[in-house]
Design a protein around this ligand. Structure first.
Ligand code: GAP
Length: 430
């Protein structure tokens, strides 16, 4: 694909105009860096997370248990994990305007101006539980889904009779009071994560680390992000988080350059041993065959669902000039596309609408479909291109005679005629 001018602005615009992502509270002027996912965005997000679950739950090489943990946990969790003490960013104020920046993100033109000394700012959102506010009522919105896994390690291992190596996967909202959120949904204060903690023996840590880096990279390609838009980058020693001995980021080529999409970290036994000493509960693994107590090592592939959605929008957006007009499209693959099949009766005549509705009733049991009856057929094809629908089925007056319809392929724009009775089979074979 050719490089597209002003890609970022185009994505933001189309995401809003076509119902993928809206600015939150827009009727009140919007809330900065907070977003709502519209009908197509909600579907797309669902399809991405569905693909993630499927990829890890239906792979015979790994054993993964799903979990869905609370956003608000005991504050002890964040004390033990190190987040209360360490999950901070250095912040500076620009004295003349009072604007606040992360120390490493001060705009070039302000760097020489009057800035305060950096001070540490905790990124967790604090709130209070119950009607009385006192020093014991403070709780925090989770800044990562990972800790919900560690504090349930024993519950899952015992109830599922899990044997090493095994993983626990958690997906959901996380919250960080980012000092400088921005770049649309790339960095927000409320976002969704998809995290796996894979528990293994120390002697196998490198093998599993490489396995997960490779598996996650392949998944991003599989959902339709082109290989040349992805790369791996290992963290330097001084970048490593307090819990990690090794981290490799899967980076994406965003409109402004390379940046993190997912991090795969070797967290050692840091988390389980911290929670063990803080809670007093035994969080070791007992190997009944060798009668040994083991402290499992953890490999963590930690991805962002909302950030993946953004990367997918950026890397599948395309423009083509045809007969002096530009058609814009998202080249979503069939599995991920919010709408998989557009059903377009040529006119609003009752006989055609009836056939369209019958076709939809058959197809929508298996696929995400949309019947569109407004505007000229050319305009409707363009709209379906714009929202990334891979196929359109057009019902015309001949359809009433030959019981056939036209299938139009989004990418090649080729059309083929097919019997209505063969439609379902055609799409099931894709
Ligand atoms: N448990 C480890 C952990 O949370 P992280 O690198 O801080 O690691 C993992 O986060 C992923 O979550 C990131 O690679 C990114 O995709 C996503 N993420 C983190 N902060 C985000 C934010 N403010 N907005 C959107 N996505 C974010």
């Amino acid at each position: 694909m050719e490089k597209i001018d002003n890609l970022f602005d185009k994505i933001v615009k189309i995401a809003n105009s076509r119902g993928f992502v809206f600015n939150a509270s827009s009727i009140y002027g919007g809330l900065r860096s907070s977003y709502d996912y519209g009908p197509l965005g909600a579907l797309l997000k669902n399809n991405i997370s569905g693909s993630w679950w499927k990829d890890i739950n239906q792979d015979s090489k790994v054993s993964i248990f799903p979990i869905d943990t609370a956003i608000i946990q005991s504050s002890e969790v964040w004390k033990a994990s190190g987040h209360l003490a360490e999950f901070t960013d250095p912040m500076v104020d620009h004295k003349p305007t009072g604007e606040r920046f992360r120390a490493d993100q001060v705009p070039e033109n302000l760097k020489k101006e009057d800035l305060t000394e950096p001070r540490q700012f905790n990124l967790m959102f604090e709130t209070n539980i119950g009607p009385v506010q006192n020093e014991n009522s403070a709780v925090y919105l989770r800044p990562e889904t990972a800790q919900g896994i560690f504090v349930n390690f024993e519950n899952v291992q015992r109830t599922m009779r899990a044997k090493l190596p095994f993983g626990i996967a958690n997906i959901g909202k996380s919250f960080r009071n980012e000092i400088t959120p921005g770049q649309f949904i790339f960095r927000t204060r409320e976002f969704e994560q998809m995290e796996i903690e894979y528990f293994c023996r120390k002697e196998n840590e490198n093998e599993w680390f490489d396995f997960w880096v490779n598996k996650r990279l392949e998944w991003y390609k599989g959902i339709g992000i082109p290989e040349e838009k992805l790369r791996l980058r290992e963290h330097e020693e001084n970048e490593l988080a307090h819990y990690a001995s090794k981290t490799v980021d899967i980076e994406f080529d965003y409109p402004w350059g390379w940046g993190e999409l997912e991090g795969i970290a070797n967290r050692g036994s840091f988390d389980l041993s911290s929670h063990e000493s803080s809670s007093g509960k035994d969080l070791s693994y007992f190997d009944s065959e060798t009668n040994e107590k083991i402290a499992p090592v953890v490999i963590e592939p930690a991805g962002g669902l909302t950030r993946t959605l953004f990367a997918l929008l950026c890397s599948t957006y395309d423009e083509e000039v045809i007969n002096d007009t530009t058609r814009t499209l998202f080249r979503f693959n069939f599995e991920i596309a919010p709408v998989q099949i557009g059903i377009l009766p040529l006119s609003k005549k009752e006989e055609l609408i009836k056939v369209s509705n019958e076709i939809q009733q058959t197809l929508q049991k298996f696929f995400r479909t949309e019947v569109d009856v407004t505007q000229s057929i050319g305009k409707r094809y363009r709209r379906q291109d714009e929202i990334g629908t891979p196929y359109c089925v057009t019902i015309d007056f001949d359809s009433l005679e030959d019981l056939s319809v036209t299938i139009r392929n989004r990418d090649s724009m080729e059309q083929e005629r097919i019997k209505i009775e063969d439609l379902l089979d055609y799409f099931l074979k894709i």
